[in-house]
Write a protein that binds this ligand. Structure first.
Ligand code: FES
Length: 105
């Protein structure tokens, strides 16, 4: 197996509704994950780019959070509507989407 060129981890951690930490799942993170999967398929990038569900990334207040490797760039408050831009700019062109960047600061 070859390594992926890009690996996208999407936090979909779920907590009870009364938990004060909140969670990415409650902020529609599963739709974000599914949109990445659909974009990877539509762009014929399977085997080169992978999207994987992640547990809590310990930044719950800014969720949904994602991390993209090998760069180690974190994005915050990602919505389904942001996925195409992240695919176009970061995954295809290698440009960080500054308006969504959390780390590196
Ligand atoms: S629940 Fe997603 S970062 Fe904690």
């Amino acid at each position: 197996m070859e390594l992926y060129e890009k690996h996208i981890f999407v936090c979909i951690n779920e907590r009870p509704a009364d938990n004060p930490k909140g969670c990415c799942f409650a902020k529609d993170a599963l739709s974000v994950f599914q949109k990445f999967r659909a974009e990877i398929t539509a762009r014929n990038l399977k085997g080169k780019v992978q999207a994987t569900k992640s547990g809590c990334l310990a930044s719950c207040e800014t969720g949904p959070n994602i991390v993209i490797y090998p760069e180690g760039v974190w994005y915050k408050e990602v919505t389904e509507n942001d996925v195409e831009e992240i695919m176009d700019e970061h995954i295809i062109k290698g440009n960080i989407v500054e308006r969504l960047r959390r780390f590196p600061a």
